[in-house]
Design a protein around this ligand. Structure first.
Ligand code: UDP
Ligand code: MG
Length: 333
């Protein structure tokens, strides 16, 4: 009987120092699962360091340092010519995965490869989606954890789709979900949200708890401003609730101005005590002006997204590198 194939998609942006260690640990893990075959798909997301060189060496069969017990022979490289971002990199990996199941993971070893054994077991026992839940992240400070928890509360209040916190992009998806996810054509995408949108039945989803260790090497690619941008994008992608809130905001300020207007008239004509100076006028103008700007800003964000989406540009430009074949061909000739 043919062995089932599992694809492991690793997106890497400037992760040169992590590649060898990741590969070694992956190879050791995969060696424990002899009844399956594996393909390892590296997506190089426009790295400017030696990431591409490292993964190409692995594909040819060159490993530096300690060799794994049993190397992974089936390595695909999807090379994005510039940095397209993590979500697009995962999409490129997914598009090129042939597996009956696809596992997504980061390249920095914050997603410990050892859990793949458990993920695959769950899949073989009938789970279509195996998610992971990060019960702790040793890589971030207490303050950051607090800010992140607060942010997710706001995000879920503003969004129509529940986007769970602490559910990283370390997951296994069965082929039927991979095929379905390929129908999502939006360029602005967030896998976590898309899966919540699908809302698979609970008996098909398994969740594995894990503690994310610190990055093995290098720094996080998500600076504060990049994380904030991602957060705003996530809200805009999954909801138009901010627009509705803007309407309420407008109604409340209109009522407020009406009350203020009536009060000024009452003061002037009935109490014969007109409010002196321009203070109230200026306050009212600046207040209404800023409300309008906020509402316009929210609308602008949505219009900007429409502008980008309607073009239907391809999501990425990728080159598939297969040095192994070239090498073998050279050897044969
Ligand atoms: N990554 C990527 N493209 C990017 C940013 C990040 O492919 O534009 C990859 C990165 O190399 C890593 C994963 O996405 O494998 C998660 O990034 P990172 O570890 O920096 O995020 P954090 O774990 O700090 O949230
Ligand atoms: Mg990380």
């Amino acid at each position: 009987m043919n062995k089932k194939l599992v694809s492991i998609v690793v997106s890497a942006y400037n992760e040169a120092e992590n590649i060898d260690e990741l590969y070694r640990r992956l190879a050791d893990t995969v060696a424990l699962l002899e009844s399956l075959s594996f393909e390892l798909i590296f997506v190089n997301d426009g790295s400017t360091d030696a990431t591409l060189k490292k993964i190409t060496c692995l594909q040819i069969g060159l490993t530096s340092g300690i060799l794994p017990h049993a190397p992974i022979h089936n390595i695909k490289i999807i090379n994005l010519n510039r940095n397209f971002g993590h979500e697009i990199a995962m999409t490129a990996g997914m598009d090129n995965a042939d597996g009956d199941a696809v596992i997504f993971m980061d390249a920095d070893l914050q997603h410990p490869p050892g859990y793949i054994v458990q993920m695959v077991e769950e899949w073989r026992h009938g789970a279509d989606i195996v998610l992971t839940k990060r019960i702790d992240n040793e890589g971030i400070s207490g303050i950051y954890k607090f800010v992140s928890a607060f942010f997710y509360k706001i995000l879920n209040f503003l969004s129509d789709v529940n986007i769970p916190e602490k559910t990283p992009d370390f997951r296994l998806l069965d082929r039927k979900y991979i095929d379905f996810l390929k129908n999502f054509n939006e360029r602005d995408r967030m896998f976590r949200g898309l899966l919540s949108w699908i809302a698979p039945s609970d008996n098909k989803v398994k969740v594995i708890d894990f503690v994310a260790p610190k990055r093995f090497a290098g720094k996080t690619k998500y600076t504060f401003s990049k994380s904030l941008r991602l957060a705003i994008d996530a809200i805009l992608q999954f909801s138009t609730r901010p627009l509705r809130i803007a309407i309420w905001f407008g109604i409340i300020t209109a009522v407020f101005s009406l009350i203020l207007g009536i009060w000024v008239i009452v003061e002037h004509y009935i109490l014969s005590n007109p409010t002196p100076g321009y203070a109230t006028t200026i306050v009212a103008i600046t207040f209404v002006g800023s409300v309008q700007l906020i509402v316009l800003g929210i609308m602008g964000e949505y219009i900007g997204k429409i502008h980008l989406e309607v073009k239907k540009r391809p999501l990425y430009f990728a080159e598939i590198i297969n040095r192994k074949i070239e090498n073998n061909e050279k050897n044969n000739s």
